[in-house]
Design a protein. Structure first.
Length: 369
């Protein structure tokens, strides 16, 4: 089995349109029931699973009688998505309920994960749903997406969701069983089971086409998704969904793109790519706790400076004035100032609402120098 619970506590599974919807535009319900059973087995084993599911446009196009699978124009795609998303979410809810599981729907746009505050909101929602044993069913909100502001395919969306959810791995179920050194239709094509580094030679193997003509992502998008996932510290595998139980098949052929080092890549990206909107000064006890991998709590904060909002990047300043960390803050500057040095009970009195668990969560904080 790819990515078992013993080595992967949180998994993102992406399912392409060609697997979920037959050529006539109808849901492959029996296959989907098998997927739901696989998900239930993984959750029973202790794994948290979120699904990035394509299929809304294909389903909506069938219901509306639109040509070219609903992709003849942007307007057709948006109309098909609006119609098909109801059908898609209802189907997922039904097949998961048969396994005693609860489904939740999350629709996102590119801006939701590019905008830092909205990214934090999405991350918090995903984390809570998964901790409750719910199966989030995620899709791009194609009803409002345009060519300029969209992921464009659910391969890349799955990788970005893995980043937001802090997942350990991404599994792309597709109509192909992995990466080949050339178009797999070629008789001499060689399957590549393991990719340690994505370089020019690997990119040259990609074929931009979708074999089914139904989806939007070919191998180019999958390699792009692997880059995103690996940068977030998550492994990514491409495997065929053309089996009855693709999540439970121990012998399925696949290609895996290996992440180098856990979450350090994600934190390195945070350290190098974002500027700071403010400063949070901490005491010696908090400084020591941070060096051991802890989150920053308000009780260890001595002062705040700057005009920042929740989700902005701030510098963490040691008692000697050195910048020791950078992270995404959970409070706006005004509220952060109200709870400086306070324990949780006192925070609620000062704020007038239930406080957040941390000032900066360790998953959104990187130590510097």
């Amino acid at each position: 089995m790819l990515f078992p619970a013993s080595s992967c506590s949180r998994l993102i599974v992406k399912i392409g349109s060609a697997l979920l919807v037959d050529p006539d535009g109808a849901v492959r319900r029996d296959w989907l029931r098998d997927i739901a059973a696989d998900i239930a087995a993984r959750i029973a084993a202790g794994q948290q699973v979120a699904v990035v599911s394509s299929g809304a446009i294909a389903l909506g196009a069938r219901r509306l009688g639109l040509s070219k699978g609903g992709r003849a124009s942007l307007e057709d795609a948006q109309a098909a998505a609006a119609t098909g998303q109801i059908l898609l979410s209802q189907t997922w809810a039904e097949v998961l309920a048969e396994q005693g599981l609860t489904a939740a729907q999350i629709l996102v746009t590119l801006d939701d994960l590019e905008h830092r505050r909205r990214y934090l909101n999405a991350a918090a929602t995903l984390d809570r749903l998964l901790s409750l044993g719910v199966v989030p069913i995620i899709n791009e909100n194609d009803t409002v997406a345009t060519e300029e502001i969209r992921f464009g395919d659910n391969d890349r969306l799955a990788a970005r969701i893995a980043q937001a959810a802090g997942a350990h791995a991404v599994l792309l179920l597709s109509d192909i069983d992995g990466l080949y050194d050339r178009n797999p239709a070629h008789p001499d094509a060689v399957h590549i089971p393991r990719i340690e580094k994505i370089d020019a030679a690997i990119e040259a193997m990609a074929d931009g086409g979708s074999a089914s003509g139904m989806g939007s992502g070919g191998m180019i998008s999958k390699i792009s998704a692997a880059r995103i996932a690996n940068a977030a510290g998550a492994h990514l595998a491409i495997s065929s969904g053309r089996t009855a139980r693709p999540l439970g098949d121990a012998d399925s052929r696949h290609s895996i793109f290996v992440a180098e080092k856990g979450a350090s890549a994600r934190k390195a990206w945070l350290a190098g790519r974002l500027t700071a909107k403010g400063k949070i000064m901490v005491d010696a006890g908090a400084q020591q706790a941070l060096t051991k991998g802890a989150s920053l709590l308000a009780a260890g904060v001595s002062a705040v400076e700057g005009d920042f909002a929740r989700g902005d990047v701030v510098h963490v300043i040691a008692p000697d004035g050195r910048i020791i960390a950078r992270g995404l803050v959970e409070y706006p500057a005004h509220d952060a100032g109200l709870i400086v040095g306070l324990g949780r009970d006192a925070q609620e009195q000062a704020l007038g609402y239930a406080p957040r668990a941390t000032m900066i969560h360790r998953d959104h904080l990187v130590l510097l120098g």
